[in-house]
Write a protein that binds this ligand. Structure first.
Ligand code: 13P
Length: 254
């Protein structure tokens, strides 16, 4: 069975005290519940990563960053490198999020460099892909996602690809309250899995975790996660409130 994952992308939210409270609540929940086949990952802003890894050390909570540099070290003011994250025991990193593509001009090529950098330092990329609304309206959504995969992760060999988590996040569903329907999510996840099988092999396709992201909340999570090719979620807004995030974790681990 594939690992089911619920990951929280906090984006640029929370003061130190708020972050401390939220991490504490999640740690309490994870400590007191035996989550059989579900991994919980939190991705706070990088200034809170140490806080998160300190707490997470005692539990099976995992910690991810929201971004890393495509450079290894040097004069890149403001950037955070993969070796830094590795040295802080950060095991995951969101790469290729649509907000970074849109506001920070990240291209598929740059995202491929970041994926390589993460893997070099034992960080599992949570690789985000997904189409814009006009692309879906034109019926181009499958082609867009295929191109994103081809240009940013399909250059990897099978062993490295085995460390990738895919997150399908249709851009029109992010922060809009408009969730993809269960059928739309399943259809794209099935397509992504078929591409992986075609590129690598059946086993790699079957074992890759593919998350859904975009206005996922405690009300719609159960239905989305019930799809055979949806292995959990990458949660934005709903990961900022502990009770809501915990309900989402419970909906996958039922
Ligand atoms: P929302 O859950 O707020 O729509 O954000 C999804 C997302 O972008 C997660 O990376």
């Amino acid at each position: 069975m594939r690992t089911q994952i619920v990951a929280g992308n906090w984006k640029m939210n929370k003061t130190f005290e708020e972050a401390d409270d939220l991490i504490n609540d999640i740690v309490d929940f994870v400590k007191n519940h035996n989550l059989e086949n579900t991994a919980v990952i939190i991705c706070p802003p990088s200034v809170y990563l140490e806080l998160a890894t300190d707490f997470a050390n005692e539990t099976n909570l995992h910690v991810g960053a929201q971004n890393l540099s495509n450079y290894e070290s040097g004069a890149y003011t403001g950037e955070i490198s993969a070796p830094m994250l590795e040295s802080m025991e950060v095991g995951y990193c969101i790469i290729g999020h649509s907000e970074r593509r849109k506001y920070f001009n990240e291209t598929n090529e740059m995202i491929a460099e970041k994926v390589n950098m993460a893997l070099k330092y034992n960080i599992s990329p949570i690789f985000c892909c997904g189409e814009l609304l006009p692309e879906r309206e034109k019926g181009n959504h499958f082609d867009i996602v295929k191109k994103q995969l081809e240009e940013s992760v399909f250059h990897l060999n099978k062993t490295d690809f085995g460390n990738i988590i895919i997150a399908y996040e249709p851009v029109w569903a992010i922060g809009t309250g408009v969730t993809a329907t269960s059928d739309q999510a399943q259809e794209m996840h099935y397509y992504i899995r078929s591409l992986i099988k075609e590129k690598y092999d059946e086993e790699t396709g079957e074992s890759t975790t593919i998350l859904y992201g975009g206005s996922c909340n405690s009300k719609n999570a159960k239905e989305l996660f019930a799809n055979p090719d949806v292995d959990g979620g990458l949660i934005g807004g709903a990961s900022l409130k502990s009770d809501e995030f915990i309900k989402i974790i419970q909906s996958i681990d039922d």
